[in-house]
Ligand binder design. Structure first.
Ligand SMILES: Nc1ncnc2c1ncn2[C@@H]1O[C@H](COP(=O)(O)OP(=O)(O)O)[C@@H](O)[C@H]1O
Ligand SMILES: Cc1cn([C@H]2C[C@H](O)[C@@H](COP(=O)(O)OP(=O)(O)O)O2)c(=O)[nH]c1=O
Length: 221
């Protein structure tokens, strides 16, 4: 299948700044005259958003890690076939907040085998692969502080509520994935101020994908 747009994914722990940076990059790319589609996982299509509600509310916790991974993959299969692939085929760039690496880090960390994760990826993605994955890396306590400050409700979601060692294990898993696939990943120091992270993201996208982006001025998130 020919993909004409570029497919970019943002990964990292809770509160690392993925959504903030994704929004900013989308604006910058649009200013450069590109057609950009912003989306997220789990979610992106009506059916996948319905699965998201169940997955994050905690109802899915009783399922166990493999069944849960199947639900993430099910949401992803719909998202990929209904939104991501058609948009790329039409020449739109797709920026996605979390993707396969979150399943590897979270459900892999909960015990789903690499073999099963690979199988689920093959089923949901076919020949699709992100052109670039931006890993926003931050100390887990710092990320959780940001996530706590951002949250509108008192209750953390299903995964935010996990304990620090689990968050730390996910951080290490993300870093290991980046080390294993250096051509796809770029690791960004997400502890820096928002504008500095944005400048790093812009520079990497320009260099890795050969996309000419205008200089980033100061603006609010
Ligand atoms: N570099 C940064 N420095 C300080 N605060 C940040 C930074 N990036 C994002 N934030 C803030 O931290 C919170 C979480 O950011 P968000 O982009 O929603 O993270 P994520 O999508 O990774 O969970 C938000 O309130 C956001 O405004
Ligand atoms: C895409 C994906 C997300 N998740 C988790 C990670 C997040 O805790 C949650 C999505 O919540 P979200 O609010 O999008 O993440 P963040 O708090 O970083 O902005 O789902 C998985 O466990 N597996 C997956 O495959």
């Amino acid at each position: 299948m020919e993909h004409r747009g570029v497919f970019l994914t943002f990964e990292g722990g809770e509160g690392s700044g993925k959504s903030t940076q994704l929004r900013r990059l989308a604006k910058t790319m649009q200013r450069a005259g590109r057609s950009v589609r912003v989306t997220r996982e789990p979610g992106g299509t009506p059916a996948a958003e319905a699965l998201r509600t169940a997955l994050l509310s905690g109802e899915a916790k009783a399922l166990g890690p493999l069944a849960e991974a199947c639900l993430f993959a099910s949401a992803r299969a719909d998202h990929v076939s209904q939104l991501i692939k058609p948009a790329l085929r039409q020449g739109q760039d797709v920026l996605c907040d979390r993707f396969i690496d979150s399943t590897r880090a979270y459900q892999g960390g909960a015990g789903v085998s690499a073999e099963h994760l690979h199988l689920l990826e093959e089923l949901a993605l076919g020949d699709l692969k992100p052109h670039l994955t931006l890993l926003l890396d931050i100390d887990v306590e710092e990320g959780m502080k940001r996530a706590d400050a951002r949250r509108q409700t008192d209750e953390p979601d299903r995964f935010e509520a996990d304990r620090m060692p689990e968050h730390e294990q996910r951080r290490q898993a993300f870093l290991q994935m980046a080390g294993n696939e250096p051509d796809r990943f770029a690791v960004i120091d997400a502890s820096l101020p928002v504008d500095a992270v944005e400048a790093a993201v812009t520079a990497i996208v320009t260099k890795r994908l050969g996309i000419d982006l205008p200089p980033v001025g100061k603006r609010s998130s």
